[in-house]
Design a protein around this ligand. Sequence first.
Ligand code: MOS
Length: 750
Amino acid sequence: MTDTTNATGVLGAPVDRRDGAVKTSGRATYSTDVDVEGIVHAALAHATVARGRITVLDVEAAARVPGVLAVLTYRDRPAMRRPGRLNPLNLASLAPGVSSGYLLDDEVHYDGEPIAVVVAESLEAAHEAAALVRAEYEAAPDPVVDFPAVAAGGAPQRPMPIGPPLGGSKGDAEAALAQAAHRVDATFVTPPQNHNALEPHGCTVVWTGSGRDAQVTVWDGSQNVDWVKRHLARTFGLAPGQVRVISEHVGGAFGGRTMVWAHTVLAALAARETGRPVRLQLTREGVYRTVGGRSPSIQRVALSAGDDGRLTALIHTAQLRKGAVGGAAEQVVSCSHDLYDASAMRLGTQLVSMDLLPNQVMRAPGEANGTFALESALDMLAASTGLDPIELRRRNLAPSRGPIDGKEFSQRRILEAFDVATSAFGWADRPVAPRSMRDGRWLVGWGAATAFHPAWQFPAHLRLSVAATGTVTLECAFHELGMGAPTAVAQLVADRLDVPLPAVEVRYGDTSLPTGPGAGGSGQSASIAASVDVASRRLVATLDRLGRRTDGGAFGDGRSAHERYTEIVRRSGRDEVTVELGPRSGLAATWSGLRDTVKLMRDQRRWLKAAAGAQLCEVRVDADTGEVRVTRWVGAYDIGRVINAKTAASQIRGGVVMGIGLALTEATLVDPRRGRIMNPSLTEYHVPVHADVPPIEVHLLDHPDPQTPLGILGAGEVGITGAGAAVANAIWHATGSRVTELPITLDAVL
Ligand code: MOS
């Protein structure tokens, strides 16, 4: 597809992050750090029933708090449009986190839904007033909020379309299962999880003018500034060009800033209504109440095999939830669709709609908890057959084609990953039987699992230029969430143009730039790489033409490409030479966007591209208390071409850390009667801290994928996949206890 050689040597170099110093020294400006003259503060008041109608809404006490400028509720009939319906041809229609909008009527759709936004001169006044908003409700008697009860048959469930990534089948899997010598048939339960980025969600909005003269500038930590722009334009009846969204530094995202949630919409409303610049910084609790996270799941995985361990049946079904006003099924069974070959397979997904905040993608949505179930079940089958669990995987991994649809793998190096990881880990010394390693009071166990995450690519527009000063500039509204994207993108440009890395400037995170890809599906780098590759060749062709015109290009001899390009620009008498990929607005943009999307979809249909790997870990379990410590981690990953060895390995480590949280601590507790999240804080929702995380040894195979832009498969999400199962499998190996419900707490271990 593209030339994947690395003649410049800049690809893969472990270059320090360009934003490292500004972030670690506290000088980075996040979206609510923006200082604007005359800024005021907004805070939200939240509904306290899961479903119903507001009957009394008393804002008098709130309005009397000194410094309060406005208390806006549905009774003010704020002019806003309801978000449109999901349109499969328009990815941006995914942007609204909820389809009901905010403050549009007296209906409540989930506990925590904003019922008022308060605007005040100070943060303190805004929060005090928000707490004084008093509401009464006519609550629906039986809100649908108890997922385990619903999944057990309490409400209608919607089977999702059969086919990847939510389903698929071949042969008669149930019949094969019934006949087999070795059989595992287990139910796995995973909890809902909330997003806990270091920087809680918030934004700053400046709204000037009105009607056609309105200009709205929004600083909002986002994974898709184009979606935020288009969503706000639609909501407030503006042309997209009237909204500018800036997202420079973002303190973590993981999917939690993919959609547009209440704080962004209501800060914009507050700015329009008060005519003042507005800052709305959610509290941690505010994030839990209004920003969706991972769906819980109840999964059945049934496997069967003969004595040789070859799979005869693989069944993987998942029950999931969405919100009544938004959310979607997560691709929990996609790992089973594409990893192992069994003679007969059946995969399916059921979705139930509940009176809860809609779910939103969260690091490897689907694969993170789907691999927990599949890879735990494989371990159980290994125990039943007496095979080493990695040997069992070796015998069953589909080598070159999708086991159900026959789609060709662009490359598959999972066995190579296991080879690298097992030798680095010393896996050969592992006793097969559980409970056979002990170190004082600690029971020691080793676990393994396969990591898997599909590779994605999206359209990316950009502008690339060489200036007479020698500066090479890439402009593209992509996103930096903490993964080091601008550094890696600069490396892509330096490589394609063969110019020194320090000469490359990268501008990103601003809708005034050409529309970039969203940072999602671990697809941002590949998406940008595809466009950088095309734009670089065009730019070089343009420069060569110009060079021949100025003086036959003779001055090119003996100089570096960078010197030659700069000289050509200088001699042409221009400030810079620029190429631009993709129109910036209008109907042409819609068409070219559609064309790009269709092209990418065709490509996805032909090839099965995925990042994958091997996760190996050691746990120690206190024989008396059941306390689990993860003490060693070795992983090897095929992420295709590595752009920056340092940032890519950090991405993977972040994924593993989140995987340890998924395995051992993270769970959103939902009151089964009222649908309220009961632990909306980091004191009661536990994410791993440094003391919980061992050194994580990351091996990157670094083989360019032959079918992806510059060979990139994506590094963001694959690190969390398989991680939960690796921990659970190690706990089984240490203790003999097989825990099938997450998080694995000490009471379940002993
Ligand atoms: Mo991700 S869950 O695509 O940020």
